[in-house]
Design a protein around this ligand. Structure first.
Ligand code: SF4
Length: 603
């Protein structure tokens, strides 16, 4: 490899306590770049379809990008890829913190862990290879675990599972050394099923780049653009990701009370300015990041992570909660026990609506009513401990809904993954994006909200369905390239794929013909994850939205009367993607993208 990559993949079989190293394939890096792309290929090849996500065969793959750990601004990201126990389909989480950087410094672009350890263990990866050790921290919270690990490994990166993942909660995630979470889809349960409490990585190998001067120039341009753009220079550093909450609310796109409405009358109390003047005490950033969107709050004399926009929404407007302290405490508990905050908030809001509609009369003596902060926190605590009704909450909305026939219409998930913080009736591209996202309802797989609601990158009409299929495809492809590169998505408020392309070429020396050839990586990755999902049995009927969004017109606000006309958008989406009416990629599409040869799919 010329630069950017270490050129090595480390595989570890926990059942055999055995490591294997193989070389990265140059052609595959050219076609899929790294991160999500190469991880998706590895997952596709590791499984044959229909395996139990909690079986030893299902790997946890940690995949870095060529820019991870380089001087590229925000070059900190890596992807965690596995088959999701929550959805049964493809799962990738893009994550910050030091883990990806340290994995590369240890000498590996990718780590593949499969099998099941004999006893609770941790895996140490360094320049000498990998070592499996018994772990006495099983049962401890993520923060306790980080504290203990830091004593022995002060310079390493960690990937940790909390007590929720240990007991295989479907909505459990993973936490890094820097309290950055890979929350969605149940990667915590996959790691818990392997009896792996932590992966520790670190080393001192330099990360070489192909064209040092070219890389410095390209990185300098990006750094300058980040410093000049309103969002990356001011909004995100000052107010974090919640900087958008009032604008989204004004557009009637802030889902409230389990998507019953699109406006929350306490939104201004949860604005970035309010958080800044009350609980937030300082900022934090990932490796190599000048944006520093992370916030630190002080709660009961303890320094805790300030929640992000999605979490503030899930616990706040979506459950009717207005108090910032309650939200911050709930966020802290979920991080400590390793539970996904979006899934948790949406599951509790679903319970609140079940109660409101008379499906349930109480939960362990608690009456889950909108905005009751005390009950809200009790439910969070119960879910964290898996106690009483908590063992039901940690299952997530889709499984819970099956217990209450008639509740499907307001069970807010797609493919089993709970919906995030943008109301699709007020931003129809987001609706199509949720329906076609490769990991279930996700705002970060085709983020059209920037254009539909916030006017970034050129505003578009949020209510029309015209042109939305193209918009969603472009955003999905773009995000797939970003998640394969090692750069943070938030940088793309200020820069475009052109700047990314220049950094990747300088870093790797890959001979892309032009920028267009480079951008096709995203389309290739998205088709690859689709092939994985089709092999798992996914089809058109799964690319859907909850009935509430399709059939219940929005009751008030700017989007009053709107529903999502999904079927029309979906047919156009499939046609533009080169997929058949059932959502399967056509042979010609796979041929054009080089995927048939890559996967040896002859028929
Ligand atoms: S913008 Fe935020 S998430 Fe992205 S690299 Fe910087 S601190 Fe991390």
């Amino acid at each position: 490899m010329k630069g950017g990559y270490t050129g090595r993949i480390l595989s570890f079989d926990l059942s055999l306590n055995k490591a294997k190293v193989k070389n990265l394939d140059e052609k595959e890096t050219f076609l899929l770049l790294g991160g999500k792309g190469l991880g998706a290929l590895q997952l596709y090849r590791s499984l044959r379809g229909k395996e139990d996500p909690l079986s030893p065969e299902n790997p946890i793959i940690v995949s870095t990008g060529p820019l991870t750990g380089t001087i590229a601004p925000t070059g900190t990201k890596f992807s965690i890829i596995t088959k999701s126990p929550q959805t049964g389909v493809f799962l990738d989480s893009n994550c910050g913190g030091m883990f990806g950087v340290q994995l590369k410094r240890a000498g590996y672009d990718m780590l593949i862990v499969k099998g099941i350890a004999e006893e609770p263990s941790m895996l140490i990866v360094d320049e000498n290879g990998a070592e499996l050790r018994p772990c006495r921290l099983w049962g401890r919270t993520t923060f306790e675990t980080i504290g203990e690990l830091k004593k022995e490994f002060p310079d390493h990166g960690f990937l940790i599972v909390g007590p929720a993942g240990e007991r295989l909660a479907p909505i459990s995630g993973l936490l890094t050394d820097d309290a950055r979470s890979a929350g969605r889809g149940g990667s915590g349960a996959v790691m818990g099923s392997k009896r792996l409490k932590a992966i520790v990585a670190g080393g001192r190998r330099p990360i070489e780049v192909y064209d040092v001067e070219g890389m410095k120039r390209a990185a300098w341009v990006v750094r300058r653009m980040l410093r000049l753009h309103e969002v990356t220079a001011r909004s995100l550093p000052r107010h974090g990701t919640v900087n958008i909450i009032e604008a989204v609310n004004e557009m009637g796109a802030l889902p409230t009370r389990n998507f019953q409405k699109g406006r929350f009358d306490g939104a201004s109390e949860l604005s970035g300015e309010k958080w800044r003047s009350s609980l937030w005490k300082t900022d934090k950033g990932c490796y190599g990041c000048t944006i520093r969107c992370g916030k630190i709050a002080v709660l009961n004399n303890t320094w805790v992570d300030g929640p992000d926009y999605e979490t503030i929404w899930a616990f706040g407007p979506n459950c009717g909660v207005k108090d910032a302290r309650t939200i911050a405490l709930a966020n802290y508990l979920c991080d400590a026990y390793g539970l996904d905050t979006i899934s948790m908030g949406v599951t509790i809001s679903f319970l609140m609506e079940l109660y409101e509609k008379g499906f349930i009369q109480e939960l362990d003596g608690l009456k889950p009513t909108w905005g009751d902060e005390e009950v809200f926190l009790r439910l969070i605590e119960k879910a964290c401990n898996g106690e009483g009704c908590g063992s039901m909450i940690e299952q997530g909305v889709a499984r819970l809904s099956r217990k209450f026939p008639g509740s499907e219409a307001f069970a807010m998930h797609v493919k089993g993954l709970e919906m995030p913080a943008y109301e699709p009736r007020a931003a129809k591209g987001m609706g199509l994006g949720y329906a076609t996202s490769d990991r279930g309802a996700c705002h970060l797989r085709g983020y059209t909200a920037g254009q539909e609601l916030l006017g970034y990158g050129g505003g578009v009409d949020p209510y029309t369905i015209e042109g939305k299929a193209r918009l969603v495809i472009d955003r999905q492809n773009e995000k797939a390239v970003i998640d394969s590169s090692g750069l943070c998505f938030f940088a793309f408020y200020a820069i475009t794929l052109k700047e990314l392309y220049r950094m990747v070429v300088a870093c790797t020396g890959q001979p892309y013909k032009d920028w267009y050839e480079f951008t096709r990586i995203g389309e290739r990755v998205y088709n690859l994850t689709r092939l994985f999902n089709v092999r798992e049995g996914l089809s058109r009927k799964d690319d859907s939205l909850p009935s509430r969004l399709l059939n219940e017109p929005m009751s008030e606000g700017p989007a009053k009367g709107q529903v999502v006309e999904l079927e029309q958008m979906l047919s156009e989406y499939y046609r533009l993607r080169g997929w058949n009416e059932n959502g399967e990629p056509e042979k010609e599409t796979l041929e054009r993208l080089g995927l048939r040869e890559l996967l040896k799919t002859n028929e």
